[in-house]
Design a binder for this molecule. Structure first.
Ligand SMILES: [Zn+2]
Length: 325
């Protein structure tokens, strides 16, 4: 599982620029699934045909990043966020543009105190001697992801983009491990979740499934002075009750809970008081779709050091397979 996650998190896929990660996922599954499609927005569909229930399983393949907005005469690049990027988390990091150009992220010396730090007072230094040289590598509108190579430490994986490449890894594992079933299953790797659940919205509308299950990360309450939250890393995948975008359907929640009990996978319940996720768009698509979610507990969300338990990710895959077979 670690090697798969490493391959996925190494791939480039800032929201709206998912070609790299989409190719990487197709490479992982092309011998294991009957049909692979890509829609107009870039969502990737891996389809297992059948006459039973029509099920949508979704994980977003995009990751947060930054976009070049202005290059000054000295070649320093101003930028804005693509998705939820914190100025405090970005300071001192490296970013990588699609063409491989690496930049250092730092802030103006004149800043009086750290509290007034804003992305607009920060810049990316790609080591260019002036604007002209910088423009040979980076153009306005180019996007970059954070650099945060995946490492394994005991049972934890630490990397950028665990949100939501860990969910993509769960779908890939489920595609490979799925036993004979009559259900028609659409494994959807969605685009632009980090910009407001955009890909999931059009994917769910096209499919109009009987029900849907999404896989994504969730915050935890197990770090020093964390906000109060029941979810802990290593205590098993979480069955989502709600976040700010959705209240999960009771029947799907029940299906997930019964499935976990049947195969003895440890689980916890997730009530996330901030943030939304793909189920928020899926459940209000068309005439409404019963939707639930399996969440992978993850510390330090939207940073280059997102940390999750490999055991939780493995168990999320087992739980998903049991629920959809
Ligand atoms: Zn996510």
């Amino acid at each position: 599982m670690f090697d798969l996650i490493k391959r996925l998190t190494d791939s480039f896929g800032v929201s709206g620029n998912e070609e790299g990660i989409r190719e990487a996922i197709i490479n992982e599954i092309k011998n294991d699934i009957q049909v692979i499609n890509v829609d107009a927005l870039g969502n990737l569909f891996a389809i297992k045909r059948g006459k039973g229930k029509k099920i949508m399983v979704a994980a977003h393949m995009d990751e947060i990043g930054v976009m070049a907005t202005y290059i000054d005469e000295n070649g320093f690049i101003r930028f804005s966020n693509v998705g939820g990027v914190s100025q405090f988390v970005s300071v001192g990091q490296k970013v990588r543009f699609k063409n491989g150009t690496i930049g250092a992220v730092f802030y103006e010396d004149k800043l009086e105190d750290m509290k007034s730090l804003k992305l607009s007072k920060m810049y990316i230094d790609i080591g260019a001697k002036d604007k002209k040289e910088a423009e040979k590598s980076v153009r306005i509108g180019d996007v970059a992801c954070f650099v945060g190579d995946a490492v394994r430490q005991g049972n934890m994986v630490i990397s950028k983009a665990i949100d939501d490449r860990s969910g993509c890894a769960v779908l890939i594992k489920a595609i490979k491990d799925l036993p004979e079933t009559d259900n028609e299953i659409y494994f959807v790797f969605t685009v632009q979740e980090e910009l407001g659940l955009r890909g999931a919205k059009t994917a769910a509308y096209q499919l109009n499934p009987d029900f849907a299950i999404a896989l994504d990360v969730t915050a935890t309450g197990d770090t020093p002075e964390a906000n109060l939250m029941e979810v802990k890393c290593g205590n098993g995948p979480a069955i989502k009750i709600k976040d700010r975008s959705v209240i999960c359907h009771p029947e799907v929640k029940k299906l997930l809970e019964e499935s976990a009990n049947r195969i003895n996978v440890p689980y916890q319940f997730e009530v996330l008081e901030f943030g939304g996720s793909d189920p928020g768009a899926i459940h209000i698509s068309g005439g409404g779709i019963p939707t639930g979610a399996i969440s992978i507990p993850c510390r330090y969300l939207h940073s280059p050091v997102e940390a999750a338990s490999l055991q939780d990710i493995e168990n999320a895959a087992k739980l998903l397979v049991e629920a959809i077979k």
